[in-house]
Design a protein around this ligand. Sequence first.
Ligand code: FE
Ligand code: ZN
Length: 493
Amino acid sequence: MKKLSSKEKYRLLTRDLDWEYSYEDKKEAFPYEEFEGLKIVDWDKWEDPFKLTMDTYWKYQAEKEKKLYAILDAFAQNNSQLSVSDPRYLNAIKIFLTAISPQEYQAGIGFAHAGRQLSGVGARVACQMQAIDELRHVQTQIHAMSHYNKHFNGFSNFADMQDRTWYLSVPVSFFHDARTSGPFEFLLAVGFSFEYVLTNLLFVPFMSGAAHNSDMATVTFGFSAQSDEARHMTLGLEVIKFLLEQHEDNVPIVQRILDKWFWRGTRLLTVVAMMMDYMLPKKVMSWAEAWEVYYEEAGGALFKDLARYGIKPPKYADLIEKEKQHVSHQAWWTFYQYGHATGFHTWIPTDEELDWLSEKYPETFDKYYRPRWEMAKKMEAEGKRYFTSGLPQLCQVCQLPMIFTEMDNPTQTSYRQITYNEENYHFCSDGCKDIFEHEPEKYVQAWLPVNQVLQGNMGADLADTVENYFKIPTGAGGDINDSEDLKIWKENS
Ligand code: FE
Ligand code: ZN
């Protein structure tokens, strides 16, 4: 038999594996395909984004794994955990392991499910490959960070923390929401809005940050994941173009889904904003700068391209543009105050860092945020490091506490409320309120960690609640200056 070309192999893998439904109803085999009300006229118009056969896929991925694990081994053998810039840096990695890596796993489940629900075979195979990629991401990340777990606090309980830790309900609920949507909404949410436009902000500038802070383990898994991202982005883009070209009635549905997931994605990235501006001891670029390059420029060009289908830039784009000057400061200030209930350490920025923030945020930092840090410094010097004892009000949709402000008055908390079936619901923004109003029956079911505490699900005192209800390991949180991490660091480096 003559050897097949890779194009021919790919055709056999996809189109040739499909079959006609002769005695079963195809609609019953794919019950969710019309869930969003999108019209698919002709699956043959689907352009396969990956064009990769399984044997090439495994060969290529195995090569990457080999290189990755060689570097991880060397990292461990050289005790490189002590060569990172500063022990404060490790806390950004604690957030990575607890907030980001488990969502790679959720993405894997989501793509497997979406693939199962699509009757187009090309889309099915692409989803399957991405599902495997996502499982590889979570695995390599856990392996890379397991080395830090041998030396520092806060890495040990990442799996249990998913179900309970108050601030982790933000990323967890994001992916629960996506996974419980129809298959096309999932692909538009994770494949397009998140992968195509927003994850570059994590995998490019944050990974350069990891390099600047000499964390070669993180840089290596980051680039190993990022090299799959090119395929993921093509899938995201193919989904949107396919849907828009199938039927003009799809345009408003796709627009609503994009509006929703850009808003949810923007809210989710608040945590990354804080990691970039406050948690990297050696800075690369500010969050606002990263946002301009990776979101406004790259995303802007993309939306210009989609305009020919009648797609507009996401709703609240103008608000999003203003918020980049504020969100990292609002988030770090919040975590600083709740530092006794977090799974990572917090601190007051050094004088040098405060000056860097003033320079990077000339419009907002000195006016709104520096005075708070000056006050915190004064209190700390007097031996009164500030921790709040109040419980925050959470947004019913994004689950972030009400930490954001109005953009026309940045000293005024942004807060919305509605009554639905005689219950009051609270939101951080119009964006989150819109999402609730479109599917109230979905979001009334949200599991909100603060509400759980108010319902009596807690320990004997705060420390007990943090450890046994929120599942945060002992020694993970509190101020960095009182931490065992810092002690260990000083004794060994
Ligand atoms: Fe991934
Ligand atoms: Zn919200």
